[in-house]
Write a protein that binds this ligand. Structure first.
Ligand code: SAH
Length: 335
C-alpha cells in the first residue's frame, strides 16, 4: 500500500469502469466515495450529501467545496454537458510528465517547453535540463527539487507521487520534469498510476532519451548500415550476477548488434566480463559518453575487454551512456 493516498477520500462518479476505478483507489489506500446505486453496487462510502437522488453536479460541487479529488468515469460527452458548477471538479489541476531530454536546454521538445512555461509547480531532479526549471522558478513557479528528498529511493518516490497529487488537487498545473524520456527507465508509469488513482488528469510529453541522444551528440550512429540490424537498450544498475537482474546476459552476448547501457558506470567491468564469458568478442568497440550534451561532455573509446579499466583510469562517472558494438567503432567528427 502506498503512503500517498492513505485514508484520502476520492469521489467516484459512475460510468464505464467505475468499479475498476474504485478498486485502483483502494489499492492505493484511498477511500472511494460516492452516492446512489453505484455506491451500493461497488461498495463506495456514501458522501454526506448522498441520497439516492444526488445528481453528479451536486456531488461534484460537494467535492469541490471540500477539496476532494474526483475520479470521473462518465463518458466525455456527458461531462461536457455538466453545469459550470459541476465542472468545479476543475479545482483539480493536472500533472504533465515532461521528458526534458539529456541535459542541453535546447533538447527539450516544443511541447515540453510550453508546459514548463505554463506550470505553477515543477518537480525536478538532477538530470535533464534543470536550468529550464530554474528559469520557470524565476518567473514565479514553485520549484521542488525532488532529488533532495531525504529518504530511501522507494520512500522518496512515494513522496514525489504525494507532492504531485497534493499540488494538483489544489488546482495547480504541475510539471514533473524528467531527464530524457519519462518511459525509458524513468518510473514515469508509476507516477501516472499515482495520479490516476487520485483522479488527477495526467499527460505525457515524450522526451529525447539520453540512450540515443548521448551517442548521437558524440557522433555515434547506433544503427550503421552494413554493421547491425538491431539495437538493445539495457539498464546496468544491477550487476549481472545479482538475483535481482532482469536481463538475459547470455542472450545479449549472443547478439551482434548495438547495446546501449545506462546506469552502468559502476558495473561496466562486470558486465563486459559477463558478455565476453558468454561469447561476445573481447575486441568489440565500447564507448563511454559522459555528460552528454552538457558542459564537460567527454567521449572515451575502449573495447569490451578494456572497458572497466578505462572507466577507472579516466575517472569516468555519472551520468554516462555506454555504447557497445561494431557501430561504436565509428565515431563521426562533429563540428
Ligand atoms: N529517462 C532517462 C534515463 C533515466 S536513468 C532517459 O531517457 O535518458 C539515468 C541515467 O541516464 C544515468 O545514470 C545515465 O546513465 C543516463 N543519462 C541521463 N542523462 C545523461 C547525460 N546527459 N549524459 C549521459 N548519460 C545520461
Amino acid at each position: 500500500m502506498s503512503l500517498v493516498l492513505t485514508g484520502v477520500p476520492v469521489l467516484v462518479v459512475d460510468g464505464p469502469e467505475a468499479d475498476v476505478a474504485a478498486e485502483l483507489l483502494r489499492e492505493q489506500g484511498a477511500v472511494p466515495v460516492g452516492w446512489g446505486d453505484v455506491a451500493t453496487r461497488i461498495g463506495l462510502v456514501r458522501i454526506p450529501a448522498g441520497t439516492e437522488t444526488t445528481a453528479a453536479d451536486e456531488a461534484l460541487a460537494w467535492a469541490h467545496r471540500n477539496g476532494i479529488p474526483v475520479d470521473d468515469r462518465r463518458p466525455r460527452e456527458e461531462r461536457k454537458d455538466a453545469t459550470p458548477d459541476a465542472t468545479s471538479s476543475s479545482t483539480v489541476g493536472e500533472v504533465v510528465l515532461v521528458g526534458g531530454g539529456p541535459g542541453d536546454p535546447e533538447l527539450i521538445t516544443v511541447a515540453g517547453a510550453k508546459a514548463l512555461a505554463e506550470a505553477d509547480v515543477i518537480l525536478t531532479d538532477h538530470l535533464g535540463p534543470v536550468d529550464l526549471a530554474e528559469d520557470a522558478a524565476a518567473r514565479g513557479a514553485e520549484l521542488i527539487d525532488v532529488a533532495k528528498i531525504p529518504y530511501s529511493r522507494q520512500v522518496a518516490q512515494e513522496r514525489i507521487n504525494e507532492l504531485m497529487v497534493e499540488r494538483a488537487s489544489e488546482g495547480k498545473k504541475v510539471v514533473r520534469l524528467k531527464g530524457g524520456d519519462p518511459f525509458i527507465f524513468g518510473r514515469g508509469y508509476e507516477e501516472i498510476e499515482a495520479c490516476t488513482a487520485a483522479g488527477i488528469p495526467v499527460q505525457v510529453i515524450p522526451g529525447v532519451t539520453s540512450m540515443t541522444a548521448g551517442p548521437a551528440v558524440a557522433g555515434i550512429s547506433l544503427t550503421h548500415r552494413g554493421l547491425n540490424h538491431d539495437l538493445t537498450l539495457v539498464s546496468g544498475h544491477v550487476p549481472p550476477d545479482s538475483s535481482k537482474s532482469l536481463v538475459d546476459w547470455t542472450a545479449l552476448a549472443g547478439m551482434t548488434g548495438t547495446l546501449v547501457l545506462i546506469m552502468a558506470v559502476k558495473n561496466a567491468g562486470a558486465i563486459a566480463a559477463e558478455l565476453i564469458a558468454q561469447g561476445r568478442d573481447a575486441a568489440t568497440p565500447a564507448v563511454v559518453v559522459e555528460n552528454a550534451s552538457m558542459p564537460g561532455q567527454r567521449v572515451t573509446a575502449a573495447t569490451l575487454v578494456t572497458l572497466g579499466e578505462t572507466i577507472e583510469r579516466e575517472g569516468l562517472g555519472h551520468p554516462a551512456v555506454i555504447v557497445i558494438g561494431d557501430a561504436a567503432g565509428h565515431i563521426a567528427e562533429l563540428g
